[in-house]
Design a protein around this ligand. Structure first.
Ligand SMILES: Cc1cc2nc3c(=O)[nH]c(=O)nc-3n(C[C@H](O)[C@H](O)[C@H](O)COP(=O)(O)OP(=O)(O)OC[C@H]3O[C@@H](n4cnc5c(N)ncnc54)[C@H](O)[C@@H]3O)c2cc1C
Length: 533
């Protein structure tokens, strides 16, 4: 016997996807009091990984006039100095296809991209405050703000603002939200396989058996579970630093796969991981520092491993399209660390929120030799190689410049300012934004791999976000999933800002489909009394 009133729709996870599903169900006619959203984290960890985000949403748009009505930080005078080209469906689809090397599910991708514009406008209508992302996604060139990389929207106050706005919208609609309540098992009708309820456990140890008509899982991936990381992502991944919530430990995925025979989908050995402050805590993000541990200024400089060698083309693409895979590249280096290095030119363009002195240890010096010596005290194993790598890099830049005097530095486009020249080039080139590191003072920052979220997940129907059964090949009636738990969209890499958009698009669909199911089964009015826990 449950001491919690049974909901009609049970949503698991207080992140973006979970709130979107709950709000969408409410919008589709289910009373808020019949919708219960649970999260196993205590209330002071509310919002899952979504809380830690920069709040960047990737969405198609027709240019500034399409975006202006939903942002609150652009006045008419500023608008006159903005270059924001339209971001079309075919551009978003081609970005998704390119960074996932053609593996992303076309059906899921079409829904994600096709509904991305409507999804951000829906969030705006619910009260989510959006802004143009000047500091992350635009460079000021000749007095104009030039947006780059197909990503221009962020929420006010990033993930913190997003979760606070979504929570307020849920509260307004009477949706019940309980923290410190973990989903521990799912119950089904043995004769049909349809969902009948779930067992939950509270932080006190007490368990409740809940019945529900629809269950929406939005419980994240397994990025905070070192054992599953080592098992699925491979050796060494148990040592990666966790960027966000410590509560995304993958048990809802396992429950679906093992107990319900759900079909798995996506890139189980793949994840999103970035260059992350080496001095950050290993097992979880920090709610106040949050995303500021990210260190994404490498396109403006170079990255060297502990042996003083470069190991990636830092300028191969916009940061949006490389940052999610360079974490893995760093983890693969000896000790799982690297040094990001700039001279005065590059250092002057770094973003305050990631590189200011009170958020990261800045190693500074007036010469590259001195910088190498200081990095040696922080784990660099070959000062000589470090100095030699930067010397060779500078020479390649000079040679390229001599041969291509017409190519100029422009961080807002792929400027082609590289290191390949007629006679030679570097073993690992830098394809864009290559400027010599020759102006003191020099700056280095030590980074490691921070894991963001895992890519392996469940197969869902693109139209309903209904979880597909491996046994029947059909939807498990009453079971939906959204957000990081959806498999098949991202492989190896992902276009920045697509995680939140995916959570909103599929969360919205899941909530709507769950509501339709409830209405079909005539169960709309359960759980109308407040829970006493
Ligand atoms: C530092 C950082 C920055 C990021 N920046 C961006 C960005 O700017 N733009 C973008 O698109 N993406 C970004 N991402 C990725 C983004 O966070 C995710 O794609 C998205 O937030 C996932 O949302 P979600 O709702 O699926 O999961 P989450 O927001 O992680 O929510 C999952 C919730 O489920 C709960 N849960 C887990 N297991 C159980 C259980 N058994 N019972 C009950 N509850 C459970 C967890 O406690 C958690 O609160 C970033 C991620 C991080 C870590």
């Amino acid at each position: 016997m449950s001491s919690m009133p049974d909901p009609t729709i049970l949503v698991v996870g207080s992140g973006n996807a979970g709130f979107c599903a709950a709000l969408s169900a409410a919008e589709s006619g289910i009373p808020g009091s019949s919708i219960l959203l649970i999260d196993k984290c205590p209330e002071d960890w509310a919002g899952g990984n979504s809380y830690f985000t920069a709040g960047a949403f990737r969405a198609t748009h027709d240019g500034l006039t399409d975006i202006l009505p939903i942002v609150n930080n652009v006045d008419a005078q500023t608008a006159a100095h903005i270059d924001l080209p339209a971001y079309t469906e075919s551009e978003f689809l081609s970005d998704l296809k390119r960074v996932t090397e053609g593996r992303s599910s076309p059906d899921l991708g079409a829904v994600l991209v096709g509904e991305s514009n409507a999804a951000v406008k829906w969030l705006h209508a619910l009260g989510v405050r959006f802004q143009l992302s000047f500091n992350r996604q635009a460079y000021r060139v000749n007095g104009r703000f030039k947006f780059w990389g197909g990503l221009c929207l962020k929420t006010q106050d990033g993930g913190k603002g997003l979760i606070s706005d979504l929570s307020a919208a849920a509260k307004q609609r009477g949706i019940r939200v309980h923290f410190s309540t973990a989903l521990t098992s799912i119950t089904t009708d043995p004769s049909t396989g349809r969902i009948t309820g779930a067992r939950v456990q509270h932080a006190t140890g007490r368990e409740d058996a809940l019945s529900c008509t629809a269950l929406v899982l939005a419980a994240g991936g397994f990025e905070a579970n070192p054992r599953l990381r080592a098992q699925y992502l491979g050796p060494g991944w148990d040592l990666a630093h966790v960027r966000g919530t410590p509560y995304n430990t993958g048990e809802c995925l396992s429950l679906c796969l093992d107990a319900l025979h759900a079909r798995s989908a996506g890139h189980w050995s793949g994840c999103h991981s970035v260059a992350w402050d080496a001095a950050s805590p290993p097992a979880s993000g920090n709610r106040s520092v949050s995303n500021e541990f990210t260190k994404s200024g490498y396109p403006l400089g170079v990255m060297l491993n502990a042996h003083g060698r470069r190991f990636v083309d830092e300028g191969i693409d916009f940061r949006n399209f490389t940052y999610a895979k360079f974490g893995r590249a760093i983890l693969e280096q000896d000790g799982g660390v690297a040094f990001q290095v700039w001279d005065k030119k590059g250092a002057g363009m770094l973003r305050e929120e990631e590189y200011r002195a009170d958020v990261v240890e800045r190693i500074t010096a007036d010469s590259i030799d001195e910088l190498a010596a200081k990095c040696a005290a922080k784990g660099l194993q070959s000062e000589e190689r470090f100095v030699e790598t930067i010397r060779a890099f500078n020479e390649a830049v000079y040679a390229f410049r001599e041969e291509n005097p017409e190519v100029v530095f422009d961080p807002a486009v792929k400027d082609g300012l590289g290191t390949r020249f007629a006679k030679r080039g570097l073993e690992i080139p830098k394809s864009n934004w290559a400027r010599a590191l020759d102006e003191p003072p020099f700056l280095a920052v030590k980074v490691t791999c921070g894991i963001t979220f895992t890519f392996g997940g469940l197969a869902v129907r693109p139209d309903t976000a209904g979880v597909v059964s491996e046994t029947t090949g059909r939807e498990v009636e009453g079971l939906f999933c959204a957000g990081e738990m959806v498999g098949g969209l991202f492989y190896g890499n992902y276009p920045g800002g697509s995680g939140l958009t995916s959570g909103t698009v599929f969360g919205r669909r899941a909530g709507r489909a769950a509501a339709e199911l409830v209405k079909r089964s005539g169960e709309g009015g359960k759980g109308t009394t407040q829970a006493k826990i």
